[in-house]
Design a protein around this ligand. Structure first.
Ligand code: HEC
Ligand code: HEC
Ligand code: HEC
Length: 192
């Protein structure tokens, strides 16, 4: 056939099919027998709940393991046990820290509340982060190396490709803040 080997309609069709397939694929989970972790020959594999059965009913995400875990917790879709030891006190801290105040990216809002719903203070303090505003020198480079926030994000919490989930606060006029006084490295705020 003379002319284009890739007519516009065909391209549109291929793109649409790819998008549909991509979306379907996005909310699917490998069966346990194929996940490379479980022994497919073990009879126990058939006794275990498949990730698809457990996770498909939870609030959807488009990345990571496809579940919006914070939403799942806040909506009561899951009710994780605080500890295997009875009487463990859960301590929630409702306070945000604003970071990356100088750069060109939107400001980073670190929410204590959402973290302390899952974690104990000692998971972060004082080894990973000092509990003093601005006392930690954080950098995207180190985070991408799996340090600082990257100890969890990209491992057990949403991946680092989701820039705007951390860089979530727009700068005034879209520009870096430039007050007369020098900016502190980080700023403490109350509850969101
Ligand atoms: C898990 C949270 C998180 C995610 C996801 C994230 N960042 Fe960051 N980013 C930070 C933190 C924390 C800082 C350092 C803030 C500070 O202390 O001033 C930072 C700093 C930066 C800086 C400032 C320069 C530097 O190295 O400190 C840039 C640029 C940046 N991030 C770009 C990105 C881009 C692009 C993405 C997505 C590909 C991204 N970030 C994803 C948390 C995150
Ligand atoms: C997921 C990690 C994480 C967890 C869990 C966590 N924090 Fe933090 N905390 C941070 C980070 C990051 C900062 C910011 C430090 C900075 O600005 O350099 C911070 C800052 C602080 C500060 C300094 C704020 C101020 O008033 O100057 C205090 C106090 C604090 N945390 C207490 C706690 C307590 C109490 C808990 C448990 C209820 C807790 N944190 C749980 C990461 C965490
Ligand atoms: C000890 C593990 C850990 C560290 C360290 C950690 N996070 Fe998280 N973070 C989590 C978990 C777990 C969640 C909830 C699950 C999810 O959203 O994937 C979460 C959720 C979040 C959320 C989403 C809150 C929401 O409302 O959806 C933001 C934003 C965030 N983290 C930013 C950061 C930044 C910025 C840092 C570094 C300063 C950081 N985290 C360090 C474990 C951690």
């Amino acid at each position: 056939m003379p002319g284009s080997i890739f007519p516009a309609e065909r391209l549109a069709f291929v793109l649409a099919a790819w998008l549909v397939a991509g979306t379907a694929l996005a909310r699917d989970w490998l069966p346990l027998a194929k996940d490379g972790v479980h022994d497919p020959k073990s009879p126990a594999v058939r006794q275990l709940q498949e990730p698809r059965d457990a996770l498909s009913v939870l609030p959807a995400d488009t990345t990571g393991n496809m579940v919006r875990w914070v939403e799942a917790l806040e909506k009561g879709a899951i009710e994780p046990r605080a500890s295997i030891r009875p009487g463990t006190k859960v301590q929630i801290l409702d306070q945000d820290i604003l970071m990356s105040l100088k750069g060109g990216m939107p400001i980073v809002r670190f929410p204590h509340r959402q973290h302390t719903l899952w974690l104990d203070c000692s998971n972060c303090h004082e080894q990973l982060f000092k509990s003093q505003t601005g006392a930690n020198k954080l950098s995207m480079f180190q985070i991408l190396q799996g340090e600082q926030c990257g100890v969890c994000h990209g491992a057990v919490a949403f991946p680092l490709t989701e820039c705007n989930r951390c860089h979530s606060v727009p700068r005034p006029n879209g520009r870096a803040l430039s007050p007369a006084a020098p900016l502190p490295p980080h700023a403490k705020t109350g509850a969101k």
